[in-house]
Design a binder for this molecule. Sequence first.
Ligand SMILES: [Ca+2]
Ligand SMILES: [Ca+2]
Length: 231
Amino acid sequence: MKRTGATLGLIAASAASSLATIVIDDFATGAYFRSISSGSAVESQAGGMLGGQRDTLLRIQTPGANPLLTLEMLIGGGIQFSSSAATVDGMCGLQWDGNGGAAEEVGVVPGFADFNDIAGLGMSFLGEDRFRVQFLYADQTMAIQMVVRSGGIDYVANHLYTYSVVNDHDDFLFSEFAGANMGAVQSVTVRFDPPTSGDFALLGVAAVPEPGSLAALALGALVLARKRRSR
Ligand SMILES: [Ca+2]
Ligand SMILES: [Ca+2]
């Protein structure tokens, strides 16, 4: 069994290294801590994430009694959104646009103002086929909106996500952003909107290649391992 695991691991590792996963943010840099009891906060942190900075948005939607929302990023521990009061309804957003500034959008949909006139990330994701939002946990079903900006236009996809197992993830296929030029992406934005008292933590956001080839390799390894064991 030990040998099987090692074989699988080796094959998976070599396959992974030949496929191009682009880490957008693994929350290893750009430490952050912010609590609000009213309104919203839009801020920017510098670090080794894609584009060299991340924008954060924290907003109280319905305050309830004694509202307190916190967004905290501990180095190596992911980023955590927490509602300290059971009656507060909030949301948060993360944006990578390669621009050191951040501003809040005024409108119906809470979010970031777009910097229409900048190249932004100028990023090509042509070697990948989906964005992966990696969760550490989430205590309630939440709405997740992902926005890809290219050619000065926002392409939007909406999910309703229910966390199920440890280290679960939610994938946004590029096909959900029909019309977006994934070869020249200006910015990537994710908005998390949990219901009242919702908490969640993220381990990372990445653009990953189509997993078919990796799955085929893993299956091959399994078949090989079974043959060995049956001898
Ligand atoms: Ca909410
Ligand atoms: Ca920015």
